[in-house]
Design a binder for this molecule. Structure first.
Ligand SMILES: [Zn+2]
Length: 164
């Protein structure tokens, strides 16, 4: 039984965006991923009128920092359970792209995402190996680099589906 009340804000958004089939294609010029960016703007509580853009250089550093804190709290296990793969990975990528300048400085998402990968992926998996490498070299996560984890996360997402 799913209890939406206790779900993290990002999980709720990801779940709803997936149900609505909101576009998360970073290079889409048709809609500019508008629906998702609207949802994110509300999540960030940046202001009533401010529209968070998917390109970091169009967002103030202050708003990027605020948004990064939300991204740092993402719980991958919850996402795997309640949202759809690969949608949620795309949702993270889109938002990360919008905060990339702040992330390059603070590495909040990199730290949180890679640590969780090490917890949920088997230690003989490709994803585990890559996460360990990136962590020890202090490499910053980018939307493109998220793609490296897609194969293993796909398997894990499937195995959760079988249990539930
Ligand atoms: Zn689109």
């Amino acid at each position: 039984m799913i209890n939406i009340k206790y779900m993290q804000p990002f999980t709720k958004i990801s779940r709803r965006a997936s149900e609505n089939q909101d576009c998360w294609n970073l290079s889409c010029t048709t809609c500019g991923s508008m629906e998702l960016m609207k949802r994110y703007s509300r999540l960030g509580h940046i202001s009533h009128t401010y529209r968070f853009d998917r390109s970091a250089h169009n967002n103030s550093i202050n708003s990027q920092n605020k948004m990064l804190r939300n991204l740092g709290e993402i719980n991958l296990v919850e996402l795997i359970k309640y949202s759809k793969f690969p949608d949620w990975l795309g949702h993270i990528g889109l938002l990360l792209n919008a905060c990339q300048e702040a992330e390059n400085e603070l590495k909040i998402v990199s730290e949180s995402f890679l640590s969780q990968i090490l917890e949920i992926c088997p230690n003989n998996s490709y994803a585990f190996e890559i996460a360990q490498e990136m962590k020890s070299s202090g490499e910053v996560l980018t939307p493109e680099k998220l793609g490296r984890f897609e194969g293993d996360l796909h398997d894990i997402a499937n195995s959760y589906k079988d249990i539930n």
